[in-house]
Design a protein around this ligand. Structure first.
Ligand SMILES: Nc1ncnc2c1ncn2[C@@H]1O[C@H](COP(=O)(O)OP(=O)(O)OP(=O)(O)O)[C@@H](O)[C@H]1O
Ligand SMILES: [Mg+2]
Length: 483
């Protein structure tokens, strides 16, 4: 206790206070440092373990809240589940122990997802969150309607759990509301896909994790702008289509050699408009009845894409009539368009249809006639502009001493953006990667020269290769508006 004689002066109180404050600050700084160091040194899986063990002792379970976000709600896909899946794929760090890796036959890149049972520690807007994918099973009696026998079966239900401190409840709910009002991620539907659920109809769907956007596409900027403007105009012209009594749809034909970005452009269009993609394999469609049910099963604001149309021999048109009502199991391309026109003018809005082909010359002329596909887009070999976009995407550089040499080689060669992208993805520092690319391009040029020599010693045929080479360069991506 202080007595009258030893009452400290105001200045000494202030001095004492500031010493305490400085000491407290020092302790806090040290604790923060230790905490940061621990977070850096202790792998995430161990942090999760430690948290879950100590959490039992130190945290009151009633302070935690867990949301269960099921994949399906009322037999329909739960958009929050899809959004969580996409969001979590962006939170993958090297500290996550278990990942799912897959690659679809047509895709050239890997799809990486967090594995079931793997927890993900996340900080979002200052909130600490723990995410986990879980699968639960329910027992079910499956009835065989042929002999009315029953058997036990299991149904898997996928969900994602999200745990956080109760004090964040309002913020988390608010975030979900925002997600709900924004359009969910773009989905890719494939006919008869293994992921198909009976309540999804014949279309199985996965999230379109394709990172392609107009920014990352290696194409001439002018062509890109024209396509984007065309898409913008299309989505704004609802009244126009109504007034002229046409189906609110637009058709694009993308043609060009493999690896020039046709599929990437479709993904970029979908990501740009936030439209889902339906990948329609006509070869496996059973007649017009099957086609009708598939097309009526697609949603508005979507892109139906039919890839490699020249490869489906049975789809070559058999006469101009096209759509053959009597045919049991074959559909022709121009017939398909007539069919779609009829169907979509009665029940579809904001639909885009895209055909892709490597050989425009092999297509049925009925399909190329004006009024069939609205725009023909030629995707061709990589140009110096295209290379700069790829270098910026893959290496985050805008310039380099080797750019001139690379661009000179690219002008001389027919090299696809896919080939260049593959070289740029090789590890190492920027100098090594670009030197590797120069080596690759030089080798390619040697090969082309050898081919020229070989064919030059034969007949005239070889000369065509020379011409195609230079033509390819001049013809880099172009677009033709057909109507
Ligand atoms: N124009 C491009 N811009 C950016 N990346 C591209 C481009 N073209 C190709 N790529 C890269 O190459 C890969 C393959 O390209 P994509 O599948 O789009 O080619 P495609 O023209 O559809 O080929 P195919 O005719 O074989 O179907 C893409 O995943 C992408 O990484
Ligand atoms: Mg493709």
């Amino acid at each position: 206790m202080f007595t009258a004689s030893n009452i400290p002066s105001t200045s000494s109180i202030l001095a004492m206070y500031s010493t305490f404050a400085a000491a407290a600050m020092l302790v806090r700084t040290i604790l923060n440092e230790v905490q940061t160091l621990a977070t850096q040194l202790i792998p995430q899986w161990l942090q999760v373990k430690i948290l879950s063990i100590f959490g039992q002792f130190f945290t009151n379970p009633t302070t935690q809240m867990t949301l269960f976000i099921k994949e399906h709600a009322n037999m329909e896909l739960n958009e929050l589940y899809q959004a969580s899946e996409v969001y979590l794929s962006t939170r993958i760090t090297s500290s996550i122990g278990q990942l799912q890796v897959s690659k679809a036959p047509r895709e050239k890149s890997l799809s990486i997802k967090v594995n079931r049972g793997q927890q993900v520690l996340d900080t979002f807007r200052g909130m600490d969150l723990v995410w986990e994918f879980v699968t639960t099973e329910t027992q079910q009696i499956i009835v065989n309607y042929e002999d009315m026998s029953g058997s036990n079966g299991k149904t898997e239900h996928k969900s994602v759990t999200l745990s956080f401190h109760k004090r964040y409840k309002d913020e988390v709910m608010e975030t979900f509301k925002c997600m709900e009002s924004e359009k969910r991620s773009v989905r890719l539907y494939a006919y008869g896909s293994v992921t198909a659920q009976y309540y999804e109809g014949p279309w199985g769907s996965i999230n379109l994790d394709h990172p392609s956007t107009f920014d990352t596409l290696a194409m001439e900027p002018e062509l890109k702008r024209e396509i984007m403007e065309d898409l913008d105009r299309f989505v704004k012209r609802k009244d126009f289509y109504r007034r002229v009594g046409k189906a609110w749809k637009r058709g694009y034909l993308l043609y060009g050699p493999p690896g020039t970005g046709k599929s990437s452009l479709v993904a970029a269009m979908a990501n740009y408009l936030k439209f889902d993609i339906y990948d329609l394999e006509l070869a496996s469609v059973q007649g017009n009845g099957g086609l009708r049910s598939l097309l009526t099963g697609t949603a508005n604001r979507s892109i139906v894409v039919i890839e490699d149309i020249d490869c489906s021999a049975q789809l070559q048109d058999r006469g101009d009539a096209g759509y053959d009502h009597g045919s049991q199991n074959q559909v022709t391309l121009s017939g398909l368009l007539t069919f779609i026109d009829g169907l979509w003018s009665s029940c579809g809005d904001e639909r885009i249809i895209v055909f892709t082909t490597n050989h425009k010359d092999r297509l049925d002329p009925a399909l190329l006639r004006p009024g069939r596909m609205d725009m023909h887009i030629h995707m061709s070999y990589c140009s110096p502009n295209g290379f700069r976009i790829l270098a910026s995407n893959y290496l985050q550089i805008e310039n380099h001493r080797l750019f001139d040499e690379i661009e000179r080689l690219i002008k001389e060669l027919e090299v696809t953006p896919a080939e260049i992208a593959e070289e740029l993805m090789k590890g190492g520092d920027v100098d090594d990667v670009l030197e590797g690319l120069v080596g690759f391009l030089e080798k390619k040029r040697e090969k082309q020269m050898e081919l020229l020599d070989e064919s030059g010693s034969g007949k005239d045929e070889g000369m065509e290769t020379v011409e195609t080479g230079s033509k390819g360069v001049e013809e880099k991506a172009e677009m033709e508006i057909v109507s």
